[in-house]
Design a protein around this ligand. Structure first.
Ligand SMILES: NC(=O)c1ccc[n+]([C@@H]2O[C@H](COP(=O)([O-])OP(=O)(O)OC[C@H]3O[C@@H](n4cnc5c(N)ncnc54)[C@H](OP(=O)(O)O)[C@@H]3O)[C@@H](O)[C@H]2O)c1
Length: 278
């Protein structure tokens, strides 16, 4: 039996789907099992990583788990996991941990990795860079008139499809290679301006990127993440204006197939960008 935490999220949802496709028995936790957004053949239990008393039932009979990196809240999971006999954990982490200055976000992920390492369990870390799914934040602006406003439009990243992050995690669950840390990117270096153009071409709607001051974007970001996290992300974008982003072959090396390109991701998520389809 495999347990998936973060199962309703961008990555975890795909981990669940791919494990089911592989014929595995899957249990998932969510804080809101009544929402029923997971496939019917998954055993869904109520579970909250900040409330370890909810975890024994989730971990009973489980030998491998996909662990969502809930900052500062993993200690209780490991106590229960050891008692339950969990053998291997695949942690969703971040490529920020590999930076010379990991910043606020990288430091939080390093704390999660350290907690996993200190747990005594066998582990694999999956360290993606920027998610393509971050661009879903543009959907409302696209629906409202086709102008996407952002800062540092010429900043290049190599964003990754959530299906590819999940595929590497699933390989690491089905054939664990203890002690491996997989750094992942998507296959193309793209600016924000490029990505807006590709979304427009793929959904058949003319779109344009409009540069706005970084402070305006910071105000929007701190509604969702701590100010130190917003400052880290904006500083990374500012740095990324000079030159192409590095692309890594890890997804293909691990899965045996090429990583999804950005246009393929947009086509996959087209309904999320199309107000008529929602
Ligand atoms: N976005 C990026 O570019 C990027 C890059 C590298 C790394 N990352 C890391 O990836 C993670 C985000 O992954 P994602 O996009 O797949 O997640 P997501 O879509 O934001 O979903 C969050 C998930 O966490 C679960 N969750 C939240 N609080 C919980 C709690 N107290 N107990 C149990 N589960 C809880 C939610 O489950 P329920 O609501 O169903 O309970 C949900 O499934 C973050 O740690 C981020 O730092 C992101």
């Amino acid at each position: 039996m495999l347990l998936v935490t973060g199962a309703t999220g961008n990555v975890g949802r795909n981990v669940v789907a791919q494990l089911l496709d592989a014929g595995e028995k899957v249990r998932a936790i969510t804080r809101d099992p009544g929402a029923r957004t997971l496939p019917g053949d998954v055993e869904v239990l109520a579970g909250d990583l900040t409330r370890p008393e909810t975890l024994p039932a989730a971990l009973r009979g489980v030998d491998r788990a996909f662990l969502f990196p809930l900052f500062g809240a993993l200690g209780g999971f490991f106590d229960v996991a050891r008692q339950a006999g969990l053998e291997h954990v695949v942690l969703l982490s971040s490529s920020a941990v590999t930076l010379p200055s990991p910043g606020w976000i990288g430091d939080r992920h390093l704390e999660c990795e350290s907690a996993v390492a200190a747990s005594g369990l066998s582990w694999t870390y999956v360290r993606p860079g920027a998610f393509m799914a971050n661009d879903l934040a543009w959907a409302a602006q696209i629906a409202a008139g086709g102008v996407v406003r952002g800062a540092y439009g010429r900043a290049s990243t190599a964003p990754i499809d959530e299906r590819d992050i999940a595929a590497v995690a699933v390989r690491s669950l089905l054939a664990p290679r203890p002690g491996m840390a997989y750094e992942l990117t998507g296959p193309e270096s793209l600016t924000q301006i490029d990505r807006v153009r590709i979304i427009g071409e793929t959904i058949g709607s003319p779109l344009r990127f409009e540069e706005v001051p970084a402070e305006q974007i910071r105000r929007q970001l701190i509604e969702r993440i701590p100010p130190q996290g917003a400052d880290f992300l904006l500083a990374r974008l500012a740095e990324a204006q000079d030159g192409a982003a590095e692309t890594l072959p890890t997804v293909e090396e691990v899965t045996g197939r090429p990583a999804f390109g950005y246009a393929e991701w947009v086509a996959h998520r087209a309904a999320d960008f199309d107000p008529g389809a929602r």
